[in-house]
Every structure is written in structure tokens, then in C-alpha cells.
Design a protein around this ligand. Structure first.
Ligand SMILES: NC(=O)c1ccc[n+]([C@@H]2O[C@H](COP(=O)([O-])OP(=O)(O)OC[C@H]3O[C@@H](n4cnc5c(N)ncnc54)[C@H](OP(=O)(O)O)[C@@H]3O)[C@@H](O)[C@H]2O)c1
Length: 248
């Protein structure tokens, strides 16, 4: 059956695949026919992801992406890839007056430095096929949508989105595409960790014209689109998935 979005025959790496959006992306890629390599730090949760994948031949690799040696080893262990989704990320509510240097390093190490160094390691190890698609999970917080106590998170995602545009230009010569997905709030553990009172939650949801937060699968389906051959002429761009949040 004709399906321009199939990932059949493609080998895809997904980071941050032990939960939330990364897990949903790994599952969706397997459903669309890809062989999926997926990574994070927690083996138990990675095994849970493995149990959700469709088909055979998928494999998880444990790596702490804040460690450059671990990134190099990961790149070394992987086969040639048709696509990579960089979903690993952390968030922390930090009012400006309590930000420490350690906080800055910690959030940038995971949200910015890790995807930059993994992109470099995969390119250097020649693990990216010509026409490979690289998809980076940024955020509307990095896209001008500000919120109190999220300056570090938002600026780390702005830096990531900016890097992706440079990478798209630089890697276009190798026919490698680089794009971002900028979600609004998605129902995952990352969101649950940001304690909000029921009243604040209600007020926040009211800012979304479609009156709810997103689901991990809704981001995963956009990742499938960008990984597929349907987007062979799409690079350096960003897909906003936010229930209309950035309209107001
Ligand atoms: N949820 C939202 O509302 C939302 C909105 C916009 C953008 N995003 C972005 O979407 C991405 C996924 O977020 P999520 O909501 O799915 O969060 P999540 O459920 O907390 O998942 C985060 C993932 O990142 C991995 N990770 C964190 N630090 C890591 C490290 N040092 N090395 C390797 N893996 C690491 C975690 O695995 P381990 O702990 O097992 O290592 C986990 O698999 C993030 O980049 C986030 O910024 C989320």
C-alpha cells in the first residue's frame, strides 16, 4: 500500500527513549517499520521501552550523554543510520535569583552540549547515511514563549534550535537534513516533575486554545514525518506542536 511516511528499511537512533516523548518516538518508529536503536541511562526503563516496540531487531544502548567518552563509544557501537531523534533533555524550575553556575552547566550539558557532541561524533564516525534525517526535540520555550523560572531551560532550547539551523546548512552538502520539533507542554514525567497547584494547572491549560496539553504520540508522529522520505526537501526548519499555545 502507498505510504510516503513509511520508515521501512530505515535504521533510526532515538535518545531519551527510556520515557516520555523519546519512548513514544521509538515505539512509533518501530510501528512504521524502522529498526530502532535507542538509548538513555536507565536500563530498567529502557527494557520497558523494548517491550513496547513492534517487530524484531531493535536494540538499546546505555549511555550518559553528558559524558563525551560515552557519546564517542555510543557512536562507535552503532550501525549506519538513516535517522536520529535527539529527545534526551531535562527541565528544572529555577528563578533567576537562585541560579547557580552548576545549574547552568547541568541543563546546558544535557539539552545543548549532548546533542551537539553526538551530532559531531556520528558525523565523524561516518555513521550518518547520505540523506539521513536528524530531528532535534527543542521546545516552544526556546522559541520566544517565555515562562517564569524557565530561563535556563528556555535558553538551552534556544541555543539548540540555533545550532540546528547551522548544522542544516553545514550538513546539506552531504544531503543530511536537520530539523527541530518545538512542542508545547506534553504530558510526560518531565512535566509532572514541575510541581504546579491544581489552580495554576487549570490556568495554564486555559492558555492553550485547544484546551489541553499534548500527548507524546503527537510529537512522535511529527518525528516520523521528518524522518520519512516525504521530507527529503525539508531542512533547517521547525515544526511547532503546541495546541495553538504560541498564538496568544
Ligand atoms: N514534556 C514537555 O512538556 C516537553 C515540552 C517541550 C519539549 N520537551 C522536550 O522533549 C524531550 C523529552 O522530554 P520528556 O517530556 O519526554 O521528558 P522525560 O520523560 O523526563 O524524558 C527525558 C529522557 O531524557 C533522558 N535523559 C536525561 N538526561 C540524560 C542523560 N544525561 N543522558 C542520557 N539520557 C538522558 C531520560 O532518560 P534516563 O533518565 O534514563 O537517562 C529520559 O529518557 C526533552 O528534550 C524535553 O526538553 C518536553
Amino acid at each position: 500500500m502507498y505510504n510516503p511516511f513509511t520508515l521501512s528499511g530505515k535504521t533510526i537512533l532515538v535518545t531519551g527513549a527510556s520515557s516520555g516523548i523519546g519512548r513514544a518516538i521509538a515505539v512509533e518508529c518501530s510501528r512504521m517499520g524502522a529498526q530502532v536503536f535507542f538509548t538513555a541511562r536507565d536500563a530498567t526503563r529502557l527494557r520497558e521501552t523494548q517491550s513496547l516496540l513492534e517487530g524484531d531487531g531493535h536494540q538499546y544502548l546505555i549511555a550518559d550523554l553528558t559524558d563525551e567518552e560515552a557519546i564517542k563509544q555510543l557512536a562507535h557501537q552503532l550501525p549506519q543510520l538513516d535517522g536520529v531523534v535527539f529527545a534526551a533533555g531535562i527541565s528544572q524550575l529555577k528563578p533567576i535569583q537562585v541560579i547557580s553556575e552548576k545549574d547552568v552547566h547541568s541543563i546546558f550539558a544535557t539539552n545543548y552540549t549532548a546533542p551537539v557532541l553526538l551530532t559531531k561524533a556520528l558525523a565523524k564516525a561516518r555513521k550518518l547515511q547520505a540523506t539521513a534525517s536528524l530531528v532535534y526535540i527543542s521546545s516552544i520555550s526556546g522559541n520566544g514563549n517565555t515562562a517564569t523560572a524557565l530561563s535556563l531551560y528556555g535558553s538551552s532550547k534556544s541555543a539548540l534550535s540555533s545550532f540546528v539551523r547551522y548544522a542544516a546548512l553545514e550538513l546539506a552538502g552531504k544531503k543530511i537534513r536537520c530539523n527541530t520539533i518545538c512542542p508545547g507542554r506534553i504530558e510526560t514525567s518531565l512535566l509532572q516533575n514541575q510541581t504546579m497547584s491544581p489552580e495554576d494547572l487549570e490556568k495554564d491549560i486555559a492558555k492553550y486554545p485547544l484546551r489541553r496539553y499534548g500527548k507524546p504520540e503527537e510529537v512522535a508522529q511529527a518525528a516520523v514525518y521528518l524522518l520519512s522520505d516525504a521530507t527529503q526537501w525539508v531542512t533547517g526548519t521547525s515544526i511547532v506542536i503546541d495546541g495553538g499555545r504560541t498564538l496568544n
